[in-house]
Design a protein around this ligand. Sequence first.
Ligand code: URA
Length: 430
Amino acid sequence: MNIVEIINKKLTNKPLTEEEISFTVNGFVSEDSISDEEMTEWLKVVFEFGMNDDETFWYTKALVDSGDSLPLEDRVDKHSTGGIGDKVTLLLLPISMAMGMNMLKMSGRSLGFTGGTIDKFESFDNFNASLSIEEASKQVEKIGAAITGQTPNLTPADGKIYALRDVTGTVNSIPLIAASIMSKKIATGAKYILIDLKVGSGAFIKNMDDAMILGDTMKNIATKYGREVFILMTSMDRPLGQYIGNGAEVKEVIKILTGKSKDEDIYEVILKIATELAMKSKGLTEEETKVLFHEVIDSGQALEAFKELIAAQGGNPEQIHDLSYFTPYYRTVIKTNQAGYVKFNDVSDFGKALLEFGAGRIFKTDKIDHSAGIKIEKTFGEYVERYDTLFTLFSSTEPTEDQLENIKSIFNITKEKIDKENIIIGEIKW
Ligand code: URA
């Protein structure tokens, strides 16, 4: 077998065998017998011709087998394909703890305009998001939840191939995305997996047709591995909730857990995710899980669970009682000079704009300013009067006029009435 023959075979649109796929992945990752240039060629033909269900499964298997895997357990897991203002994991971990589920979450750090859940948790001083798999598993046994960054020995092939995809324009391929996401979920060992597939201008999946294909592909892979999967499609034509940025999103989460915010979009998404996972993993009825969900929030049990999680990982849970901690030096309030209905041009531009204030990383080694963020005062479909506040920018450096104009230009105020579409726009059931 050799890589040139494999690439040529795929170029004639013939499906590859399991052996050919594992030869390619192993040769690139473990044996160094396949060069970056050859792997790029392979990725490009896969990008162009796609992969059938078997090939996609074998490719996922090669990624999983490149490293360690946790044994299959009755735990729940959730993954978001990435969006702006997406604080669902921050909420789901304590809520699922309080509802009696077990969750071991492996999350990423921010890179480019996408946020990273680990960075959000690190808004708490000394929070340790570098648990080993053993430490994380022990913590789940003890308190019901743990969150840790990607460990290097879990799907190392995905890490190396993703880095190459990123610089060769081959990220946006449905089988490659599905395999990359599912390999990490499979290796983490949870039986019940919910995928929050973001769709819209702020997501890498822009329309429902692609979302359905990606959802089906991920579900096929998981089913072959004996996992149960629910795919939820949520809109990313508006940020999720009011706050964007690491500390800012923690602040919103605390407001929700203390009953000070009842943001409809966040409530709808988190209720759906928590209840689907609880029905499946605990065998409760829909009604019972809904009652339990509201009970753990309203009674403060989810807030206590959040504090327990922060403390278990070395953070200072008392920061929860002082929201000013998450607020930086400059707060710049921007008003609109136009009345009308709010729409957003490209929601991902919020993430890009915040990069200039240190909320994310351009390079992996960049340091984050956890306090940089935006509070959106009026969102998609809402009416603004002239001189109403559109947004507040939180920053440690004084923003320039250009930077503020840049953020303002993401808002598209129109005279035409627009209906606010539902935040949940589709699903593929268990
Ligand atoms: N997220 C991943 O983990 N992998 C991809 O390929 C795309 C998004």
